[in-house]
Design a protein around this ligand. Structure first.
Ligand code: ADP
Ligand code: MG
Length: 433
């Protein structure tokens, strides 16, 4: 399809798209828009950066037409505050010539302004689940008039952390409604849960779930230890082609440490973002990065999903995500909207296992590239070597339960008092991820 005009959108929307510089619909837009217009429930799967937001927003704007009543008719759920804000901005772009009221509500900031805005009346509410339910419970926001519910990043929203809130929500919104679920990833066990949200859905799979964006070149470096990863990162960032970079880490503390190191050693502005940072600092960091004032953004997986920054040159996985879908989302921060980008993973010996699992998930192999010449390869400290060996043992045991590794799990001896507190005192608890 060569033009949006074939999609039964009105003139106001077509003008807005024209001004946004959109020339033709992406495959998910081409396929989803007619189905949403016809009232179907939809499960839409398409790669990162291929315009899923417009795929649900444009037909929704067509359907609700203009401002009406005070209560929202459309709810869009997003997993993070940054995404809620981003989708609000997209909405603004497409609504330029429409009389439609929309608002993002999210936590981390005081509710006062959001309450005042909701009270003015709105047509579309874009929300993170926690704040949405708060505004519902304190009677600021009525959900009785909802006609459409959209769950963006749907597989994420159906994970443990969000599911209880989503269930509470389902109990209070009208049963008769249209439901749209979108994501780039949808692990089969999570997909089963979608039955609860969708009625006779049309499944639109532009590519199988977890297909990385074609526009992203993926490579990996095999690196012996943490210090060498730092050396490598520093060396890479000496090159100016690394113009707009996101460095992902699994933990907040690694993010902070990498940030502190780079801030001292690398040209250009660096920011760090994770869930312990205040909301204003998070939003400022993203905005400055979007505007090109920040060269390197160091981040945990809070920004792995959905965040749309134009022309990110490189994504660097300082460590390998162990929630494998996150790999697809992390690298999908580059190569968006017809641009290209590069994703580089720094992989130690224990992480090679996870890279193999990721390669299975994405059904492709990630090219191993030689370490650059002159890289300072630091020796592995004893403790780190033990930790890596333990992880490898653990992985081997997982694959083969009869495997006897060098590091048998030590049986914890119950401490003297533990029994009085807890009968199963020596049972080690599995950490929730
Ligand atoms: P996804 O949700 O699939 O990851 P987004 O909806 O965030 O992708 O869109 C990625 C980028 O592509 C955004 O900047 C968006 O404005 C832009 N975009 C969306 N559709 C088109 C289009 N048809 N032509 C050009 N750019 C588009
Ligand atoms: Mg998206």
């Amino acid at each position: 399809m060569n033009s949006f005009s074939e999609l039964n959108l009105n003139k106001q929307i077509l003008n807005a798209l024209d001004e946004a510089g959109y020339e033709k619909p992406t495959p998910i837009q081409e396929k989803a828009i007619p189905q949403v217009l016809s009232g179907q429930d939809i499960l839409g799967i398409a790669q990162t950066g291929t315009g899923k937001t417009a795929a649900f927003l444009l037909p929704i704007l067509m359907k609700i037409k203009y401002a009406q009543g005070d209560q929202p008719r459309v709810l869009i759920l997003e997993p993070t505050r940054e995404l809620a804000i981003q989708v609000e901005k997209e909405c603004e772009k497409y609504c330029k010539y429409l009389d439609i009221r929309f608002l993002a509500v999210y936590g981390g900031v005081g509710p006062k302004t959001q309450i005042e805005e909701v009270e003015k009346g709105l047509d579309i509410v874009i929300a993170t689940p926690g704040r949405l339910m708060d505004l519902y419970r304190n009677l600021t926001l009525s959900l009785n008039s909802l006609q459409v519910m959209i769950i963006d990043e749907a597989d994420r929203m159906m994970q443990m952390g969000f599911l209880p809130q989503i269930h509470q929500l389902l109990e209070v919104i009208p049963r008769k409604r249209q439901n749209l679920l979108f994501s780039a990833t949808m692990p089969p066990p999570v997909k089963e849960l979608t039955a609860e949200f969708l009625e006779f859905p049309v499944e639109i799979e532009v590519t199988p779930q977890a297909t990385p964006a074609e526009t992203v070149k993926q490579i990996q470096f095999q690196v012996p230890n943490l210090k060498t990863k730092i050396n490598l990162l520093e060396k890479l960032l000496k090159d100016e082609i690394y113009s707009k970079v996101i460095v992902f880490t699994r933990s907040k503390s690694t993010a902070d440490n990498v940030f502190k190191y780079l801030e001292r050693k690398v040209e250009g502005n660096i920011r760090v973002i994770h869930s312990n940072k205040g909301q204003n600092s998070r939003i400022n960091a993203i905005n400055q990065f979007k505007e090109g004032e920040v060269r390197v953004l160091v981040s945990t997986d809070v920004t792995a999903r959905g965040i749309d920054v134009a022309k990110v040159s490189h994504v660097i996985n300082f460590d390998v995500p162990i929630q494998y879908e996150d790999y697809v989302h992390r690298i999908g921060r580059t190569g968006r909207a017809f641009h290209t980008g590069e994703a580089i993973s720094l992989v130690n010996e224990a992480e090679q296992y996870h890279i193999r699992k990721i390669e299975e998930l994405i059904r492709m192999s990630i090219e191993v590239v030689d370490l650059p010449e002159g890289l300072d390869i630091s020796p592995t400290p004893k403790e780190e070597a033990i930790q890596i060996a333990r992880q490898i043992d653990h992985q081997k045991r997982k694959e083969d339960p009869t495997f006897k590794g060098a590091f048998q799990e030590k049986k914890k001896r119950p401490s003297k008092n533990s029994k009085s507190f807890n009968k199963g005192g020596n049972k080690s608890k599995r950490k929730k991820r």
